[in-house]
Design a protein. Structure first.
Length: 245
């Protein structure tokens, strides 16, 4: 019992300490009411100082999990609470990670028309076997054609392409350097069952973020004219021919 009260009082004390900067700001505003009458400059300086103290107490949150320098050589695109399933979106993201922008766009368009397949590597429950999945090193040739998720990712890639054009980057040299899919809060609906029952009918939306960076185009090195190796038999035949002549 003593431990409970001690813990509770400590929590209240910590909450009070967190409120001190805000209380200081409120008090400073009351004090500055009469300061403003004779020195307006003091009001501006003190208000800015109080606001900076309150801002420092707020933790800064980085919305992107990966910290990548995108000031000059990269672009970002993200979507929140997307109405497409988290599991299929995760597999689509892993399939296009590391691809060039043009290649990823063509690949997803082929997935929509079932010309290519998305390999299912983690969420494989109830997924069927397909011959197209043999092109990937997957367990049991499991794959699917998530049309809705592919359409969502096509929209994000189009958004990233537009951002690159605004920044003046070379669109053909953009590579998907980072892509991540997170679960979003489930949205609740209901379905009606037999005997007057009601069961939950939930959807699983997701958050998607991606970072595309500009890479230098790699030029294939020209092959040098090196002398071809000849076997001993061919050399012996060539010497025999020269001796016969």
């Amino acid at each position: 019992m003593i431990c409970f009260w001690t813990t509770t009082s400590f929590r209240y004390f910590v909450a009070f300490l967190k409120c001190i900067p805000l209380m200081a700001c409120a008090t400073s505003l009351d004090v500055l009411k009469w300061v403003l009458r004779w020195n307006p400059r003091a009001f501006t300086d003190l208000a800015g100082f109080s606001a900076s103290l309150a801002y420092r107490t707020i933790p800064q949150i980085n919305l992107f999990k990966a910290v990548v320098s995108t000031q000059s050589t990269g672009v970002k695109a993200r979507g929140f609470h997307l109405r497409t399933h988290f599991k299929t979106s995760r597999e689509v993201a892993q399939a296009i990670k590391g691809m060039h922008l043009r290649k990823a766009t063509k690949y997803l368009k082929d997935v929509v028309f079932q010309k290519q397949i998305i390999p299912m590597r983690r969420f494989m429950g109830g997924v069927g076997r397909h011959a197209q999945a043999k092109a990937f090193n997957t367990s049991g040739s499991l794959g699917a054609w998530p049309k809705k998720s592919a359409g969502v990712f096509l929209g994000l890639l189009k958004n990233a392409e537009s951002n690159a054009e605004v920044k003046g980057l070379e669109v053909d040299s953009l590579v998907i350097d980072h892509i991540q899919v997170n679960r979003a809060p489930q949205m609740r609906r209901r379905t009606y069952r037999a005997h007057g029952r009601i069961n939950p009918f939930m959807c699983s939306p997701c958050h998607v973020e991606m970072i595309l960076t500009e890479t230098e185009s790699i030029v294939a090195k020209e092959e040098e004219d090196a002398p071809k190796k000849r076997s001993k038999k061919k050399e012996a035949r060539a010497r025999a021919r020269l001796g016969a002549e």
